[in-house]
Design a protein around this ligand. Structure first.
Ligand SMILES: Nc1nc2c(ncn2[C@@H]2O[C@H](COP(=O)(O)OP(=O)(O)O)[C@@H](O)[C@H]2O)c(=O)[nH]1
Ligand SMILES: [Mg+2]
Length: 234
């Protein structure tokens, strides 16, 4: 039985992914309860660099999307293909170290259906993002809280653990393909699943794939569509 699938979305990550896979593989190998019961699944989001070759050389599973669709689309494809009893979604830059995994696992052991890494409960950020990203994050959080009524304080941290049942249900229902996808997942989870927000260490890693112009406009538009779609639903 596969206990854990680690889904890593990757878009042109040949520079950052190698070190991440080495660290995740070493972590899995050194934990008896994970070794041989864990699958690492890299979801290549239409990369045009050496991401796929690098992942294959590291002997992890690879799911390749033919064209770039966005982080949300990549994570959804990976989650829906994952067979682990639990599914960890983590960014290719490992901005939150894999050593934070047991904190999220403990929240699921205690009854949560999903545990989201958070940078906003306690001060956990060691290297912060550049100021334009901080300001974008602030605006986004306000919209998510007051526009969608989501009380989770940090929806965007790229380190989340789900039970497979919750993940397949939520991602099966989700539509957002860009960066606002975690807001949609948490919106869909409201009143249906128990969500734990767990403080995790986080540091800004150079080489972010987020472009402020395109990705931010898309995220704003997507927040509106999350709201509209649900208000039309029966
Ligand atoms: N920006 C972006 N990231 C993507 C896309 N598809 C997958 N990803 C992955 O989503 C994660 C985003 O992390 P990162 O770029 O570090 O974002 P940041 O830490 O929020 O600045 C990385 O693992 C990316 O490789 C995409 O279309 N655009
Ligand atoms: Mg990052």
């Amino acid at each position: 039985m596969i206990a854990l699938t680690i889904v890593i979305p990757a878009f042109n990550e040949e520079r950052r992914l190698g070190a991440t896979l080495a660290r995740v593989q070493a972590y899995v190998a050194s934990h008896a309860e994970l070794a041989s019961r864990t699958v690492i699944l890299v979801v290549d989001d239409g990369s045009r660099d050496g991401t796929v070759a690098l992942a294959r050389a590291a002997a992890v599973e690879v799911l390749s999307l033919p064209v770039n669709r966005g982080k949300g689309a990549a994570v959804r494809a990976g989650v829906l293909a994952a067979s682990g009893a639990r599914i960890l979604v983590c960014d290719a830059d490992l901005a939150t170290p894999i050593e934070a995994f047991p904190l999220l696992a403990a929240a699921l052991d205690a009854g949560a259906d999903l545990a989201v890494g958070s940078r906003r409960i306690a001060p956990t950020i060691t290297i912060d993002q550049p100021w334009p990203r901080r300001w974008f994050g602030r605006g986004f959080r306000v919209l998510v809280r007051y526009g969608l009524g989501i009380t989770v304080r940090d929806t965007m941290c790229g380190f989340k653990l789900f039970t497979r049942a919750a993940a397949h249900d939520l991602f099966g229902d989700a539509r957002i393909e860009g960066f606002a996808f975690d807001a949609e997942i948490l919106y869909l989870a409201r009143g249906r699943y128990q969500v734990a927000e767990v403080p995790v260490a986080w540091r800004h890693v150079e080489g972010s794939r987020v472009t402020l112009g395109r990705d931010v406009m898309r995220a704003a538009r997507d927040l509106v569509s999350i709201r509209l779609r649900r208000s039309r639903a029966p």
